[in-house]
Ligand binder design. Structure first.
Ligand SMILES: [Zn+2]
Length: 395
């Protein structure tokens, strides 16, 4: 697992906030106005003008967003320009009971949420959990007895306020009223500039665009805190982990992560907490003549996050998956044998003596990968390579 935190992370988080804020604020304004109508501060006939005509949201979004308030278990009523007055004239018939019972508190909740949007988007994982806890304590009606969000609130937060699906589609969020500039999953992934899966460091994860800027390929984004259960964090920068579909969908799936159970790539990678090793299964493998070996990663027994490291290794099947890369290890063993452990030294001080290569450059030429941990994200198997080069005493 990579450590994704760099000096640039806060800067990219701020850019992400600039990209998503326009849309989120419009949605929250819509809800604040809608509750004003339900409270009686505004009349139902004002609704068309306030919620539809002067709203900066597109008609499609208004229908979806409006509909979330009217969602019942039976059906989802769409608020359109044609039925908007009728719906607000008969609120008990059309609106979810939870919203009607707490209409004044909901208005307050959305106003507070509006003041917290920036914090929710750019805060680090522990702070995110604090923000959520404070909201749930102050507005207890948003959660059920299990501490989960009430279903109408969950849907409304997930599907319209922190609308990851819209962020993830081809156009993403408009960045301003002109709607000519957009912020999409593709753009965030591009800004992150993380080239391999944060969880496995095996699969490339960069974004590719057409000449006209259309997003063609972008990585899968994992929500460390599952977005279905934690809708408040569906667009939070430090909750969005660029990954491969194997790790995100196949291996993790709907598994719930907590900071106490799994390694969070923005808090710590495997780094010094675990090291790759190998176990040759025959003589040939021990001298680099066969790939018959187990490759595995061993947690440091004194690591303060040993439990999280062990759980992450198991969930992402690191040992099984990396054993499939035994040919990489075989190649390193061969380099050690043919050079009497001096592979890097020979390359640097004899073959390319006149080039005065730096350690980084000569390491890259010798082993086809990056030396510094900060660069491990640039190429698959970077940590495996470094750990094994060290294990084989070639540096
Ligand atoms: Zn992966």
């Amino acid at each position: 697992m990579l450590n994704l935190k760099t000096k640039k992370s806060p800067e990219i988080a701020a850019k992400h906030f600039e990209g998503v804020k326009y849309y989120i604020y419009q949605v929250l304004d819509y809800y604040i106005n809608a509750f004003d109508i339900l409270i009686g501060n505004l009349s139902p006939t004002d609704a068309v003008n306030i919620l539809y005509t002067s709203s900066k949201l597109d008609a499609n979004s208004i229908n979806t967003i409006g509909g979330k308030l009217c969602y019942t278990k039976k059906a989802e009523t769409k608020i359109t320009i044609g039925n908007i007055i009728g719906i607000y004239t008969n609120p008990t018939k059309n609106f979810n009971n939870l919203f009607l019972t707490h209409k004044s508190e909901f208005k307050q909740f959305f106003e507070e949420l509006k003041s917290l949007v920036e914090d929710i988007i750019i805060s680090e994982p522990k702070e995110l959990l604090n923000i959520e806890q404070k909201l749930k304590t102050k507005y207890p009606f948003i959660q059920n007895t299990n501490g989960s969000y009430e279903e109408p609130v969950r849907r409304l937060l997930l599907l319209s306020v922190f609308n990851y699906n819209k962020f993830s589609d081809k156009t993403g969020f408009p960045k301003d009223k002109s709607k000519s500039k957009h912020w999409r999953r593709y753009d965030l992934a591009d800004a992150l500039n993380v080239n391999t899966c944060a969880y496995c460091n095996r699969i490339y994860t960069f974004s590719v665009f057409s000449e006209k800027g259309k997003g063609l390929i972008s990585p899968s984004i994992d929500h460390f805190f599952d977005k279905a259960k934690n809708p408040l964090f569906a667009l939070s920068f430090y909750n969005l982990i660029p990954s491969c579909t194997n790790c995100n969908s196949t291996l993790k799936g709907g598994k719930e992560f907590a900071l106490s159970n799994y390694v969070h790539p923005y808090l710590s990678g495997f780094g010094d907490h675990a090291k790759f090793k190998y176990n040759p299964l025959d003589i040939d493998a021990s001298i680099g003549e066969s790939r018959n070996m187990e490759v595995y990663i061993e947690p440091d027994k004194n690591s303060p996050i040993k439990r999280q490291v062990e759980n992450s290794i198991e969930l992402f099947q690191i040992n099984k998956v990396y054993t499939q890369h035994a040919d990489q290890v075989q190649e390193l063993i061969k380099k050690k044998i043919i050079s009497n452990s001096r592979y890097l030294e020979i390359l640097r001080n004899e073959t390319y003596e006149n080039l005065n290569l730096s350690l980084d450059d000569s390491y890259r030429l010798a082993f086809g990968n990056y030396f510094n941990e900060a660069d491990f994200q640039k190429r698959p198997l970077a940590k495996l390579t470094k750990d094994l080069v060290k294990e084989l005493k070639m540096i």
